[in-house]
Design a protein around this ligand. Sequence first.
Ligand SMILES: [Zn+2]
Length: 185
Amino acid sequence: MNACVFELDDFQTDDISLYALTELRRRNPKFKATYYTVLGNCDMAVLRDLGGLDWLELALHGLDHGAERFWGYEEAVSYLDYAESFGVFSKLFKMPWFDEMPDGLARALIERGYRLATRRRHLVDNLRGSEVPVWLGCQWTVYAHPPTLPKRMLEVEWEAFDRFYTVSQMFEHKEALDKQWVIHV
Ligand SMILES: [Zn+2]
C-alpha cells in the first residue's frame, strides 16, 4: 500500500502547476492534489474551470502571500466573503508565513468552520482551546511549490502510488487522527 497526499503551495494559476495536473493525472489516473491558492494572483476564469475537477482541492493560502499577517477581523471577513463568492474553494486555509496566526484572521476562519494546515505545529499554539482541526502533514505528503515542481515531477514515482488523498480527506482519515497528523488545537 503506497499512499500520497500531494500538497502544492503558492499556486497562482501558473503554467507549471496547471501542466502538472494534466501530466500527473496521465501518469496515474488516481492522481489527486491539494493546491494552496494565492487568490490575489490568480486568473479567476482558470480557477472557475479548475473548480469543476473533483480530484483537485483548491484551498486558500492568502490574498497576496504577505499582507494577511497584518489583517484584523474585518479584513479577514472581506477576504473570506470574496473567496467564497467563487464557490471553488474548500474550507481549508494554510498560513502563508511562518508567524503565529493573527487573532482576527483566526477568529474569522474558526467562526466559518475552516480547517487549517501548517507544517509548523508551534504556529498554532496561540489558538489553544479553539478545537480547530489542523493538518500537520505526514510521511505520505509530497510537497512542492511552483519552482520545485518540475524536479518533483521527475523524481517522484507517481505511477507507484495506489491511493491519493486530498488534505480535506485526511481530516476524516483514521490513521491521520491516530497518528496525530491531524490535531485539534
Ligand atoms: Zn506559501
